[in-house]
Design a protein around this ligand. Structure first.
Ligand code: ADP
Ligand code: GLC
Length: 484
């Protein structure tokens, strides 16, 4: 088996810039693929957060006229990642996150910002950078979507292309009038190409034009072929069924390792998990909750968004209190949700607490200190927090959707009898569905031996990237017959 080279194209990458799981995946998968004989070089935008972390770089490609400004591509090693960085100050040297300014509003020129990323990806894919010729181009989400289009309409030979869907809710659409300004030929505006309900669809283009499509769990791969979850793309996804697979995410087990986690009051392993209990009072203090060993402590680590069923948690605060529970929430996102949790925390001092903002240390403390983690998602392509929870021994209480379905074994009576459960599932994702799951958690918690078994089963589960990386490597090899 000879090694193969992959050009990954992504709009965020941990630990340089992150808004969600996409960044975790882009960062950790590259490392895990190296062990499979797949060398990944990742093209990312040169946001300030990325540019500031580059120590030494080599300019490898010039783009003197890239959508209204001068740009270049730097090759750099940063935080163990092998990167191509698109240094285009007129597009990326801005405050705020990767997609929006400090006021939270998306940049109006996002179509051009990410089309620029894709144009450069296409040039790198065709071998325009000396000593770099990828076998496969692996795009992530809509921001990488036009790569396949630029490669297709150019007509020259190209490497194989794969697009991974991390979230079908974000599709990247812009008006048809931008076709020529984006550098696409008239014939691209076709149902078989970039046209999407009369607009240009970045993700749609990738789904129509890439050799293979993957998404981040087998269950989501099935769900997105139905009108209920297909978000307008289910017809195309059904038509491309033969090219669509689901490969689960993993987590970076070096970043998430309870045995060597410097952020924890008491690090522990599965064998020494009785030490885990010392992390609960530490978490309660960190959040200003009453320090009570016998309170069933629920944690939340989440973007505060409709997708995540945050409103259902807010609607169940009374139920949590009624069963003697507590709630520690770490999240950021929609301002009304942030505000609602602040109000709730004031009304229920010592029982409900919230920290808004992005804070990795607190995320680790919750996974190590909470008894259970609430994940009432309305849809969930994969989800990473349930994997972190299992590794850290917090029992996930999760909606039975998408990747949550594939990664958690519900501790129902049969599973408990067979000593198999790793968490709690509920369906439908409604206020009462979650409420009943909270009550079930309490019942299981009342039998400490059973609850500890569920915890231990979770900690034993392999949630690493090893299996998933091998699956990606197989897919890439299938597409590169010469490298097989
Ligand atoms: P999504 O990508 O849909 O937001 P995932 O579960 O796939 O959901 O990934 C979320 C990632 O972001 C996890 O690594 C989680 O620990 C992290 N995370 C979410 N919210 C916060 C926060 N407020 N502070 C720190 N980490 C967070
Ligand atoms: C998206 C999804 C999440 C998934 C992550 C990484 O943000 O919402 O379920 O885990 O991408 O693939």
């Amino acid at each position: 088996m000879s090694g193969i080279t992959v050009l990954a194209v992504v709009s965020e990458i941990y630990p340089l810039i992150k808004t969600g799981g996409l960044a975790d995946v882009a960062g950790a998968l590259a490392g895990a693929l190296a062990a499979e004989g797949v060398a990944v070089v990742t093209l990312v935008p040169g946001y300030p957060a990325v540019m500031n972390k580059i120590n030494a770089a080599e300019a490898v490609l010039a783009a003197p006229h890239l959508f209204g400004g001068k740009a270049r591509v730097l090759r750099a090693k940063v935080a163990g990642l092998d990167l191509f960085v698109l240094d285009a100050p007129h597009l990326f040297a801005r405050p705020g996150g990767p997609y929006a300014g400090p006021d939270g509003r998306d940049w109006p020129d996002n179509p051009f910002r990410f089309a620029a990323l894709c144009q450069i990806a296409a040039r790198l894919a065709r071998g325009e950078c000396p000593r770099f010729r990828p076998d496969v181009v692996h795009g992530h989400d809509w921001q990488a979507g036009l790569t396949a289009a630029y490669l297709t309409y150019d007509g020259r030979p190209r490497p194989a292309t794969v697009i991974t869907i991390h979230n079908l809710a974000f599709q990247g659409q812009c008006p048809a009038a931008l076709l020529a300004p984006l550098g696409l030929p008239p014939r691209a505006f076709d149902v078989e190409g970039v046209e999407y309900y009369g607009t240009i669809g970045f993700l749609k283009a990738a789904l129509a034009l890439s050799d293979k499509i993957t998404t981040v769990s087998p269950a989501y791969a099935a769900e997105i072929r139905t009108p209920e979850h297909g978000m307008g793309l289910d017809g195309l996804l059904r038509a491309r069924s033969d090219s669509l697979t689901g490969i689960l995410n993993g987590i970076d087990d070096a970043v998430w390792n309870p045995r060597e986690d410097a952020w924890l009051a008491a690090p522990y392993s599965i064998q020494t998990r009785q030490k885990r209990s010392q992390n609960k009072p530490a978490l309660q203090k960190h959040f200003g909750l009453t320090v009570e060993r016998d309170a069933l402590l629920f944690g939340v680590v989440s973007r505060l968004a409709w997708q995540k069923g945050i409103d259902l948690i807010l609607a169940n605060l009374e139920r949590i209190e009624k069963i003697g529970g507590q709630l520690a929430v770490l999240g950021s996102g929609d301002p009304p949700f942030e505000e609602a949790f602040r109000v709730a925390a004031k009304a229920r001092p010592g029982r409900v607490a919230v920290m808004t903002g992005y804070d990795e240390r607190t995320a680790h403390m919750i996974q190590a200190g909470a008894d259970a983690l609430l994940i009432p998602s309305r849809f969930e392509p994969c989800g990473l927090t349930q994997l972190c929870a299992m590794r850290y021994g917090a029992v996930p209480v999760a909606a039975r959707v998408g990747g949550l379905m594939d990664t958690i074994i519900d501790a129902n009576e049969m599973a408990v009898a067979a000593k198999l459960g790793t968490g709690i599932h509920f369906s439908p994702t409604t206020r009462n569905g979650l409420g009943a799951a909270i009550e079930r958690t309490r019942k299981l918690w009342d039998t400490p031996k059973v609850f500890d078994r569920i915890r231990a089963n979770g900690m034993k589960t392999d949630v690493s990237w090893r299996g998933p990386a091998a699956a990606y490597a197989r897919l890439f090899r299938e597409l590169t017959p010469a490298a097989r």
